[in-house]
Design a protein around this ligand. Structure first.
Ligand code: 9WN
Length: 435
């Protein structure tokens, strides 16, 4: 059974791998290379085809900008099945953008550092992998330096994101209160996502107006970070984004240690690390909710909702043991009923929870994967195992979907998978979870 499922996962990944050396997240819906997808995909490939895993990361890093920035989408090929594409984003507006690769001017959670560490953990030939890491690690370090230089205007160790797409959790109800502070024009554009996926499972047109407007503001200022920090109506410190950076900092410290002769970089990383962990614990933890929450920097207020991102600091060992126990209690109380699969992306006890709509409720395999390892970090083995089993069961029953209804009984037997099908990171991380 397990062999069968792993085999099917490999077929999905191989089918999505492109001759240019990267993997699309899902045919039709997402035809380019996405930053955090590529990291999860590399972990899957690392288990059976390390050359493809290396190609995935190597290709992403080739598109890095001169200031260390790594974009959220790299448009390696011409393809008009996705909107907004390269012509809308116009990354060339930024003076330090890649001259060779067209991309977006926003980023995504910084997973690449810990992905290199995972690849090393999985590799049989450690020497070979260490050589690969040696060739690429400075680029990842430069990416972290970019964040600490340009994305932390108040020097809190907490990076801001200026667009909901930078969070990876695109239409989470967390952003709703921010949309209420904005009044963007109506964009008369042809969305493509709703031609691939049922419109009821995707963000609304009005939400897209906000998304496009934020890009237009950034473009008006040629993607200048300081201007964006000053003017973007969306400026948020996201616990998931920051947890990924912290996890990746830790990974770089370990990997530079293995490589040797990098004391200065290790010193700098440790200093960043200390500041960021403190920032997360002091500013983003909400005692009353028993969870980490987002902070709206533009409007200077916490966004008090519990999401799967609220638990991601477990993955980066940010909380101490007592606080980790509080997180688990919150997770079980709000997300963990027997009638549900773990882990909904948004609080099932909140009125904005929608079990079918994208990041407003459904289960996402990448989040489950992080939470599985996060729970194991603290010895919560029973709930970790439930997280793993639920992920496997959802895929086994429904297929390699992008996201899944968390309700065990949703009135539609064997129809819990939504969004894109043959979705790469669901396949990649399943391979890891089945090991
Ligand atoms: C915008 C590719 C990406 C994921 C995101 C997911 C979705 C894009 C979209 O697909 O976002 O980046 O067009 O909806 O929300 O997490 O990286 O799989």
């Amino acid at each position: 059974m397990i062999e069968n499922l792993t085999q099917r996962a490999k077929e999905v990944l191989n089918g999505n791998f492109q001759a240019e050396g990267f993997t699309i997240p899902s045919k039709g819906l997402y035809p380019f290379q996405w930053k955090w997808d590529s990291g999860f995909i590399a972990i899957g490939f690392a288990h059976y085809d390390m050359e493809k895993a290396k190609a995935e990361i190597g290709t992403l890093l080739k598109a890095q900008w001169d200031n260390g920035f790594i974009p959220h989408i790299v448009f390696h090929t011409e393809n008009d099945s996705y909107f907004p594409g390269a012509d809308f984003h116009q990354s060339n507006l930024h003076p330090q953008s890649s001259k060779k690769y067209r991309s977006t001017g926003m980023t995504q959670p910084p997973v690449t550092g810990f992905v290199l560490q995972e690849m090393y953990r999985i590799a049989d030939d450690k020497q070979d992998l260490l050589r690969f890491i040696e060739e690429h690690i400075d680029k990842v370090y430069q990416n972290h330096a970019y964040f600490y230089t340009h994305r932390d205007p108040n020097n809190e160790g907490l990076m801001y994101i200026y667009h909901n797409w930078e969070s990876g959790t695109d239409n989470s109800p967390v952003w709703d209160a921010i949309w209420e502070t904005m009044n963007p024009p109506h964009y008369d554009v042809k969305r493509k996502d709703t031609t691939h996926v049922d419109v009821s499972q995707r963000p609304s047109n009005r939400e897209y107006d906000h998304y496009l407007y934020l890009i237009d503001i950034a473009k008006e200022h040629r993607y200048d970070d300081a201007k964006i920090a000053e003017l973007s109506p969306f400026l948020v410190q996201d616990p998931l984004f920051n947890a990924m950076l912290i996890k990746s900092n830790e990974a770089l410290i370990e990997l530079y240690g293995l490589i040797g002769n990098n004391t200065e970089k290790i010193r700098q990383l440790k200093q960043w690390q200390e500041k960021s962990i403190r920032g997360c614990n002091e500013k983003l933890f909400d005692e009353a909710l028993g969870a980490y929450v987002h902070y709206d920097l533009r409007n200077d207020r916490p966004i008090r909702h519990v999401t799967s991102s609220s638990f991601s600091p477990l993955f980066a060992k940010i909380p101490d043991q007592d606080r980790a126990a509080i997180l688990v209690k919150t997770m079980l109380e709000r997300f963990g009923g027997d009638d549900k699969y773990l882990c909904a992306s948004f609080d099932p006890t909140d009125e904005r929870f929608d079990p079918r709509k994208y990041w407003r409720g459904p289960v996402w395999i990448n989040m489950n994967w992080m939470l599985y390892y996060g729970l194991k970090n603290y010895g919560f083995l029973k709930i970790a195992e439930r997280m793993r089993k639920d992920s496997i069961e959802l895929i086994e029953r429904d297929g390699f979907y992008e996201y899944f209804d968390c309700r065990k009984d949703n009135g539609e037997p064997n129809r819990r998978g939504y969004g894109g099908s043959n979705f790469s990171w669901s396949a990649a991380l399943l391979i890891d979870l089945l090991k």
